[in-house]
Design a protein around this ligand. Structure first.
Ligand code: GLY
Length: 387
């Protein structure tokens, strides 16, 4: 295992410094940072309805956790509070989980605020309303039912949002929410993956019979291609589902989908935006996929019983974090984000080679997870040394 302890603190402090620059740049207009185009240095802002609205408050909560400085807490509260209206209406799509759990979920974890708990429970209830029991999954994009003629559609990204339902069940919500999350994960495991364990982005189902109609892409290169962030969401999501269910089927499965991703990565461990795009060496990267995967692998490495395999996952995660922390990927003086070189929606021509807020969120989460793992190891080592 790499000794990254010194560099880790340096990179966490870098995140603090960059976020400080962002705060200085933000107007007092209730808008939230989403992305920075290449060669620009100002955040493009969105309102609380955007699917990415939870990540900036989530960054602020994580900085509060790292620094224990109330100034970060107060900014985290300010930005989290902007999202509260989302919990007071029916879910428009699955992104409600990304929005509320990655912001107010951290807020509750760190403050135990009863108001935040009530918001999370209300939001879980709305999200559960998108579940179709005939299919066994959440309808991810209601808007695409008519727009694309996808009568019941589920996207792999939706795996992340099951965490809100598991959390809500453990915190006073009905058992039904656990069952929905479990069934969604099982149905996705059975229908979303090809024989080589790579994922489709979207699966379309018949909402009346529950039968799978087709697998396809929306943000990837082709229906049959491996969209990098899709596989990253799958690795992160199934790792979390194993944590929540302790069901060995998920531990076995997540290793298969992880292994195919790791085997196909370029040498520096940062994927191009899609693994199957022609002339791949000329294509943009997706640092966000690397950040999501690095964070997931740190968690997965703690669950895998085979010590060699566990060390392999931990080492891969550390390599990803180390490369993301180099001059090639950190924004440094170019802009106030943490990371450059993420790709949002290539086929749509949007956010190609941008700094994007969710890359920063998962990069910070990965740094903090590694920091906690190293501190835990340091504590164990000092107990052992004391004999
Ligand atoms: N969940 C949307 C994306 O990954 O771009």
């Amino acid at each position: 295992m790499l000794n990254t302890e010194f560099a880790l603190q340096k990179h966490l402090d870098y995140c603090v410094a960059q976020a400080t620059k962002t705060l200085a740049q933000l107007p007092d207009n209730a808008l939230i940072p989403r992305n920075i185009p290449p060669d620009e240095n100002k955040w493009k802002l969105v309102d609380y309805e955007d699917w990415t609205s939870g990540f900036w408050p989530g960054v602020l909560w994580q900085l509060y956790e790292y620094t224990n400085d109330d100034a970060w807490k107060s900014k985290a509260e300010e930005y989290s509070n902007l999202l509260i209206p989302l919990s007071a209406r029916p879910a428009l799509d699955h992104d409600l989980g990304f929005q509320i759990y990655n912001s107010i979920g951290h807020g509750h974890r760190l403050t135990k605020s009863p108001a935040y708990k009530a918001i999370l429970l209300k939001t879980a209830n709305s999200l559960a309303g998108l579940f179709n029991p005939k299919v066994g999954t959440i309808l991810s994009w209601p808007i695409m039912v008519e727009k694309m003629n996808w009568p019941h559609n589920t996207i792999i990204d939706n795996m992340i949002n099951l965490e809100l339902l598991f959390w809500a069940n453990h915190n006073g919500g009905p058992k039904e929410w656990y069952d929905i999350a479990l069934r969604h994960a099982e149905t996705t495991m059975n229908n979303h993956f090809r024989e080589d364990h790579t994922t489709y982005h979207v699966v379309v189902y018949d909402p009346l019979t529950g039968k799978k109609i087709k697998g396809l892409t929306h943000q990837g290169y082709a229906d049959g291609s491996l969209w990098a962030r899709g596989q990253a969401w799958a690795i992160y999501g199934f790792t979390m589902v194993y944590r929540e269910t302790a069901d060995p089927r998920f531990l076995d499965f997540v290793q298969k989908i992880t292994d195919v991703y790791l085997e196909r990565l370029p040498k520096d461990r940062i994927p191009y935006w899609d693994f199957d795009v022609p002339n791949i060496l000329e294509e943009p990267r997706d640092a966000s996929a690397a950040a999501v995967t690095a964070s997931a692998l740190l968690e997965l490495s703690a669950y895998v019983p085979d010590p060699e395999k566990a060390a392999y996952y931990r080492d891969q995660a550390e390599q990803m974090i180390r490369v993301l922390s180099t001059e090639a990927f950190q924004s440094r003086d170019q802009n106030a984000a943490f990371l450059l070189h993420s790709t949002g929606h290539y086929p749509n021509g949007s956010e190609i080679d941008y700094a994007i807020i969710y890359a920063d969120y998962y990069y910070l989460e990965a740094l903090l997870r590694l920091y906690k793992l190293q501190n835990k190891q340091a504590n164990i080592d000092s107990v052992l040394a004391e004999g």
